[in-house]
Write a protein that binds this ligand. Structure first.
Ligand SMILES: *[C@@H]1O[C@H](CO)[C@@H](O)[C@H](O)[C@H]1NC(C)=O
Ligand SMILES: *[C@@H]1O[C@H](CO)[C@@H](O)[C@H](O)[C@H]1NC(C)=O
Length: 438
């Protein structure tokens, strides 16, 4: 055997060994692969069973066996792009006005003497501003059963903890003063329509039932000069603490009611068919009501007087989901506060109730679905419309969500906007004459 032959043979052997090795490795990989496939398959089956049965009852609607997803009318998807934006994000320069660090100043009102503002907070109290020297002090509360020990929030009590106590402590939402009597009228989410005199203290309950049925989610009100108090009951099914189920279901049992101060009678003004009627305001001449409908993201006009009395029509399709609506001082403008913008997710699920139901059966935690629905970074929007014809006049946003993470009400006061929020421990104050404001 020559040197070359030996070398060749060696190479051949090496090649054979190499091949064998390769075969072994391949078999091993194949083996591993099939185990991985099987594991993956099992995982998939497991996950599907878990999702289908939701044994830990993680899905948002597992607590609501009667959940029914209703169609929510949406503007066409193509309209999403043309929704008005505040390209300068002007609200991000708003200042924070703390209410002693307490959570949830939603609605703001000045009394007929111009004192205040007064605002209802998350622990059931109504606070009054006494000027920079004295600051905020407790003014009133909405239930005789409210115990300060149990209810008064320490600074930093988390919102879910506060919400758990609302049924006992009360949750004042809309506030309005009667211009002649100086009484404060309060819509409390759990305790109905109430009134408290200028001395404050415990508010007197005026309405808790209508037609033998309890109010479920009293939300906002306005007082007319003829002694009518118009107010919203956002749903006859969902209380405020379940507001997200109300949003997701599109429940349309909401109503607008009228309490007559003289007779003490309550009557139905707009009977059902409303999907989360929220803020309500009378036009300056009191010929119509403007109702902010939260689930559909619209302003409705309900005629009280004139040839169209009793009719309801859409006045504005909003860029987001509104809470309260308020008139400017002269009455020619409407200020609308919106918690968040419309987005692809909310639009699609709104128009596809069956898909929505299936999606909501998935074991997804509340906070993820909430975030998706709100379109990511929480940020408030406020917009100004013509009261007479619903033309958009301006829109303000805090796109970064630095200050105005959400907006529940906006009040125009001497060139400033006060923005209340149920989700923040302060009022945001925006100067309309600031160089940043156009
Ligand atoms: C206060 O508590 C009592 C006793 O628990 C109850 O009967 C009453 O209805 C409560 N009042 C209100 C306004 O919730
Ligand atoms: C809407 O009303 C405003 C006044 O608030 C007026 O200036 C404007 O021309 C009106 N627009 C339409 C389309 O009627």
């Amino acid at each position: 055997m020559g040197e070359a032959d030996r070398c060749e043979q060696h190479e051949l052997k090496e090649e054979q060994q190499h091949q064998q090795q390769k075969k072994k490795t391949m078999t091993k990989t194949l083996c591993n692969n099939s185990i991985a496939t099987e594991l993956f398959f099992l995982l998939c089956v497991g996950a599907s069973v878990f999702i289908a049965l939701d044994p830990l009852r993680l899905s948002i609607i597992s607590s609501d066996p009667s959940f029914h997803a209703k169609l929510v009318e949406q503007p066409p998807l193509s309209a999403l792009r043309s929704l008005p934006h505040d390209t300068q994000s002007r609200l991000s320069s708003a200042q924070k006005w703390s209410v002693n660090g307490l959570m949830g100043p939603e609605s703001l009102a000045l009394d007929p003497q111009g004192a205040g503002p007064y605002t209802g907070i998350a622990d059931g109290r109504i606070m009054k501003w006494h000027g920079p020297e004295i600051g905020w002090q407790e003014f009133a509360h909405t239930t005789p059963n409210r115990s300060k020990d149990f209810c008064d929030q320490p600074i930093g009590r988390p919102l879910p903890e506060l919400i758990k106590r609302e049924t006992v402590c009360g949750r004042p939402l809309g506030l309005r003063f009667h211009k002649e009597t100086g009484d404060l009228y309060i819509a409390d989410a759990y305790f109905g329509l109430l009134r408290v005199g200028q001395e404050g203290g415990e508010a007197q309950r005026l309405v808790s039932h209508v037609g033998g049925q309890p109010l479920t989610f009293t939300n906002d009100l306005d007082v007319a000069s003829d002694g009518s108090v118009y107010f919203t009951d956002s749903s006859t099914k969902y209380q405020r603490r379940n507001f997200f189920l109300l949003v997701l279901s599109g429940d349309d049992s909401g109503r607008v009611l009228r309490y007559d101060l003289k007779s003490g009678e309550t009557s139905v003004v707009v009977k059902g068919g409303l999907q989360f009627p929220n803020g309500v305001t009378l036009s300056k001449d009191e010929t119509f009501l403007v109702i902010a409908e939260s689930v559909t993201g619209r302003l409705l006009r309900h005629w009280l007087k004139g040839p169209r009395s009793g009719e309801t029509e859409v006045l504005v399709v909003l860029p987001g989901y509104p809470d309260n609506v308020r008139l400017s001082k002269e009455g020619d403008h409407l200020w609308v506060a919106m918690h968040c913008r419309r987005n692809l997710f909310s639009q699609l699920l709104g128009s596809l109730p069956r898909l929505r139901r299936i999606f909501l059966q998935l074991p997804l935690p509340f906070k993820h679905v909430y975030r998706l629905h709100n379109g990511g970074t929480p940020h408030g929007i406020i917009a100004k419309y013509s009261t007479s014809n619903g033309t958009l006049l301006d829109v303000f946003e805090d796109v970064s969500g630095n200050v105005v993470k959400s907006a529940s009400e906006v009040d125009e006061q001497n060139g400033r906007l006060w923005v209340g929020s149920v989700l923040l421990p302060y009022i945001s104050v925006f100067d309309l004459h600031d160089k940043n404001a156009s």
